[in-house]
Write a protein that binds this ligand. Structure first.
Ligand SMILES: NC(=O)C1=CN([C@@H]2O[C@H](COP(=O)(O)OP(=O)(O)OC[C@H]3O[C@@H](n4cnc5c(N)ncnc54)[C@H](OP(=O)(O)O)[C@@H]3O)[C@@H](O)[C@H]2O)C=CC1
Ligand SMILES: CC(=O)N[C@@H](CCC(=O)OP(=O)(O)O)C(=O)O
Length: 286
């Protein structure tokens, strides 16, 4: 069947795009022009600054007029109700932002001290075979990639700056795990002088106690398997009284909370459905 946006809009209530980066910069236009509900899993409409998109994605961004109409659908902090074009957050960005949000929002850390060591399974790289994801290269191996060049760095900084303008940048590295699914982000940040364990605990409890999909626990560090196959983000955190560093680790399934699951959350918000409709999933353990 030929691709026809008018026909798609006539016969459906909304559209998901899960296309490679750069595709919706063009393909989304008729839907945006018609104010038709779209949830876009790609990065094209996540960054509000066109130059920043060009720098990190090496592609031309959508025009500012179109970018201004997109809503960054970070479901734990915003609602897509009333939006028509939703830019679904990136997988590493979701994992990292959820780990750091309580600390940044409550100004508990030195904003220039953030270091993130994130790791992903190979399904994050999509279905095309590459040298990096070739079985004999990935199996029983650990490989750093896109060091200081990952396209989710500006997405994370853009969101953290919304909460604290003083966050200048982050140190962010990505490692490929010899696994199919899952992201673990190990995050480190220096606590501001005088910040106590109680301050950190209160911030996480306040932020996530009513959240359907985020579980944050002090001193208990999650494993990947406990979230793979689900839409949950599990977080463990601890203030080290010796170094005064706060360590936060967060885990998600990159294809669910990091992509399709969060997209369904955005759909549920858009259409006023139950928060966990279609997302009642359990991990397979052990
Ligand atoms: N995998 C992950 O963990 C995450 C992925 N995302 C984003 O979600 C999207 C999908 O990811 P993923 O499934 O891994 O990517 P894949 O590379 O596996 O799939 C991309 C799909 O887009 C299709 N496509 C590419 N160009 C066009 C075009 N011009 N017109 C129509 N279809 C097109 C491809 O079709 P064909 O089969 O014909 O090549 C393919 O089916 C991407 O934007 C990705 O960045 C976001 C968060 C996490
Ligand atoms: C293992 C692997 O390659 N993961 C991908 C994940 C990002 C992604 O899927 O793309 P978006 O930018 O649209 O979120 C990467 O690091 O680029």
């Amino acid at each position: 069947m030929p691709y026809d946006p008018a026909d798609i809009m006539k016969n459906n209530q909304m559209v998901f795009f899960a296309t490679s980066a750069g595709v919706t910069t063009e393909l989304a236009k008729p839907f945006i022009d018609a104010n038709f509900p779209v949830i876009d899993l790609a990065g094209d409409y996540r960054l509000k600054n066109r130059d920043v998109y060009h720098k990190w994605y090496k592609k031309d961004a959508p025009t500012q007029e179109y970018l201004n109409q997109s809503h960054y659908g970070l479901t734990d902090f915003t609602s897509s109700k009333g939006s028509t074009y939703v830019a679904n957050p990136g997988c590493y960005a979701t994992t990292t932002i959820l780990a750091l949000a309580p600390l940044v929002q409550n100004h508990l850390i030195d904003p220039s001290s953030i270091i993130v060591d994130a790791k992903s399974g190979t399904s994050g790289a999509g279905k095309k075979l590459t040298e990096l994801t070739h079985f004999s290269q990935t199996n029983e191996n650990l490989q750093l990639y896109k060091v200081n060049q990952h396209q989710h760095i500006p997405e994370i900084v853009q969101q953290l700056k919304e909460w604290d303008e003083d966050v200048p940048y982050i140190q962010f590295t990505t490692t490929l795990l010899p696994l199919t699914r899952g992201i673990m982000a190990s995050c480190y940040a220096k606590a501001k002088p005088g910040i106590t364990e109680e301050d950190v605990r209160k911030a996480f409890v306040r932020t996530y106690s009513d959240d359907t999909f985020v579980n944050a626990t002090e001193g208990v560090f999650p494993t990947l398997k406990q979230v793979v196959g689900t839409n949950f983000c599990d977080i463990g955190y601890q203030l080290n009284p010796v170094t005064h560093q706060i360590f936060i680790v967060s885990v998600i399934d990159n294809l669910l909370k990091g992509a399709a699951g969060q997209a369904i959350q955005n759909l549920n918000q858009m259409f006023d459905l139950k928060a966990d409709a279609g997302l009642d999933l359990s991990p397979v353990l052990p």
